[in-house]
Design a protein. Sequence first.
Length: 297
Amino acid sequence: MLTDASGFPLTVAAFEGNRAETATMLPVINAFKTAHQLSDVIVVADAGMISEANQVALQAAGLSYILGARIPFLPDVVREWRDKHPDEAVPDQLVLTQPWPATSSEKARGIPDRVIYYQFRHDRARRTLRGIDEQIAKAQRAVDGHAPVKRNRFIKLTGATKTVNRDLEAKNRALAGWKGYTTNLTTVTSEFVIDAYHQLWRIEKSFRMSKHDLQARPIYHHTRESIEAHLSIVVAAMAVSHFIETQTGWSIKKFVRTARRYRTVHIKAGHQILTAADPLPDDLRDALANISTRLEH
């Protein structure tokens, strides 16, 4: 599904589960370009969504991409900065640039020159370090025999011996606060790349809303008609939800929870029909009026 910057669905397509991503992504993007008469599209995604094969396919189709890059090891540019500033704290919002020219073998596979931007944020470092502290504390309790050994990457098992993996802890602490962004757009600014990636939260919000507020959980359909009907209902509900949020300024969860408490009841007494209803609060009445006014126009 492709969405606009606010997360509103624009293009929806359904494919069989055994279709590779390279056979599904490009048809949707090309349909989107055709429908909106676009000459170029920049694909923004997390690195886990775009494999190397997809990157090659996007490049071959003349498309650009911006990806959240994994950082398995401390990047060279970060290490160089720390070597030059040994006694300084990393400034908030610091961005370091790492050109990534394609090797001859990569060029032969269709992989272009790229650039990776590494950004440091104090708030990101604080959250990451807090998570590391919590996991280390759990690992230490397990090593001391005060808690069962569960899935914890900071527990190192050597035969029957359990220890806290301090090397992994040091590595993760060194990476805390850093985020990588890789792109084949080698002439744009780091601000453009990072800002484009940070718009993903709008799309992620739509998917969270579809799963939780709309309860659009995965369903295993066996015919294309059932699949398309299910998608149509979910996307229509998502569109209505976005419309309600835009007109009222409320989240769809707040709107549903507020409105569901009010009912109109018709009671038949003999030949008479009596109508009973709780009076609506002012804020709900105003919200419904905004929706009604928009629908009338």
